[in-house]
Design a protein around this ligand. Structure first.
Ligand code: NAD
Length: 450
């Protein structure tokens, strides 16, 4: 498969801007014409409500494709840079070129977005792409396998379905770049396999994204926004606020507002709500359910294994050493951990791995500046959560254990391009100064013009 794709790539087909535009338009058509099928598959895999499927998957992908299509001719242009005196007469420029045949490995929690948004970036940069959706979202994976070859050029864009065996086989191949989204343990496997072929990698991983609430925040808006971010997709979002850090007084005011927001959004029995999703499988259901015992349940706490349902749950009295604070929760449990002030909150965050995202709710500009300077994370949001994903011009990616490299918008184009450095010399004058024999006179002159 990869050999055939390399042959097509070498033919120059994917470099052609008209081909790239046509493929991006095809992605937009795929999302529009198969919207109902995608919603049904996402409902089968994750109980995803149609509006969530639309905003976080379908319209996200088509929006990204439309944005990249519009920016294509600007991004692909060479960029002139200045040439110093020693290079005169001459001109220099940076010329983006596609990498070749690239691999995009997606995760199950946003199985459309995490597979196709990477593909969109790779196409925009002019590559052939193999996409590998997650086997843990089987309905979506099967739908992608049926629909992608019908809409996109099957000689340049291939889809491989399957699990560990199929992904491991793909990882043996000499791709020109790999974009992997998922947990850090498999990220290490991907990077080790890629090293054998010297294939560069972009790793989109996870982590515990903290959410600091200071007393001066608008607590009603804070509660609503945190509840939305935490319980979208039943908490199975890499950038979801993992836990809250706040002081005792603010916690006492915030908890009733969080409970009210949960009630407003999902009703008194969220299991009956059309707006609330399910846990992906029994293994994750068991893992997340066990974390409920890590604190005092002040909201939710109900589970139903047969329905893979875990209620939107809020825990107080949570110690930083408790099980729920050891790993990314990736489920609908919101622990509140005490931090008396911003200093304590920042110190608590910095004791842990650098997170994928970090959130601060405050009206205090100085607190905001300190937080942004002192907390290293992939993306940050002040007074909201996760909304940076709606900004095409912001790169998306982690730092340290939460990932390496980034994509989305222009950064996705850059990730899948090589920025070739080019210099072109004029013929005349062909100054003698750099050529041997080296003389004292040449050396003196050289020192002056450097
Ligand atoms: P997953 O189980 O779907 O795995 C991801 C991919 O890796 C799949 O395509 C799977 O086939 C492949 N895979 C699994 N085991 C493998 C192995 N042993 N060898 C080779 N390939 C293998 O997803 P997951 O790991 O459960 O994902 C959840 C994690 O992903 C969370 O930590 C979450 O925060 C993170 N995540 C990050 C982002 C991001 O954009 N940064 C987005 C979503 C999820």
């Amino acid at each position: 498969m990869i050999d055939n794709m390399k042959t097509v790539f070498d033919s120059g087909r994917t470099r052609d801007l008209a081909w790239r535009r046509a493929q991006l338009e095809a992605v937009e058509r795929l999302m529009a014409e198969c919207e109902g099928e995608f919603m049904a598959a996402l409902a089968a895999d994750l109980g995803k409500p149609p509006m969530e499927s639309y905003t976080t998957e379908i319209s996200y992908v088509s929006g990204e494709a439309a944005y990249c299509r519009k920016k294509l001719s600007r991004w692909t242009k060479s960029k002139r840079v200045s040439t110093p005196l020693v290079g005169q007469p001459g001109t220099s420029w940076i010329q983006p070129e596609p990498l070749g045949v690239v691999l995009v490995i997606g995760a199950w929690n946003y199985p459309v977005q995490l597979t196709l948004a990477g593909m969109v970036a790779a196409i925009t940069a002019g590559n052939c792409v193999v996409i590998k959706p997650s086997e843990l979202a089987p309905a979506t994976s099967a739908l992608l396998a049926r629909r992608v070859p019908k809409y996109l050029d099957p000689e340049c864009i291939n889809i491989v379905t399957g699990g560990v065996a199929e992904t491991s086989a793909l990882l043996e191949l000499p791709f020109d770049h790999i974009l992997y989204t998922g947990g850090g343990n498999v990220g290490r496997i991907v990077m080790a396999a890629a090293a054998k072929n010297l294939t560069p990698v972009t790793l989109e991983l996870g982590g515990k994204s903290p959410c600091v609430v200071l007393p001066d925040a608008n607590l009603e808006a804070t509660a609503r926004r945190i509840v939305w971010g935490k319980f979208t997709n039943a908490g199975q979002t890499c950038t979801a606020p993992d836990y809250i850090l706040t002081d005792a007084d603010t916690e006492a005011k915030l908890v009733p507002l969080i409970k009210k927001s949960i009630d407003d959004m999902f009703g008194s029995d969220p299991q009956q709500s059309d707006s609330y999703g399910r846990i992906i499988n029994s293994r994750h259901f068991d893992r997340v359910s066990q974390l409920i015992g890590s604190g005092t349940v002040v909201a939710g706490g109900q589970t139903d294994a047969g329905d893979k349902y875990i209620a939107p749950t809020v825990l107080t009295g949570v110690s930083p050493e408790s099980p729920v604070m050891q790993e990314e929760i990736f489920g609908p449990i919101l622990p509140i951990v005490r931090a008396d002030d911003l200093d304590e909150a920042i110190a608590a965050i910095r004791k842990r791995d650098k997170p994928l995202s970090a959130y601060l709710f405050t009206r205090d500009k100085q607190a905001e500046t300190r937080f942004l300077n002192d907390v290293s994370c992939g993306s940050a949001c002040i007074n909201d959560v996760m909304m940076f994903a709606a900004v095409h011009e912001l790169p998306f990616g982690g730092v340290g254990p939460s990932g390496m490299g980034a994509y989305s918008g222009k950064r996705g184009f850059d990730t899948f391009s090589h920025m070739k450095a080019v210099m072109k010399r004029g013929w005349w004058p062909d100054l003698d100064i750099r050529f041997a024999p080296y003389t004292e006179k040449k050396f003196k002159l050289l020192r002056k013009i450097r």
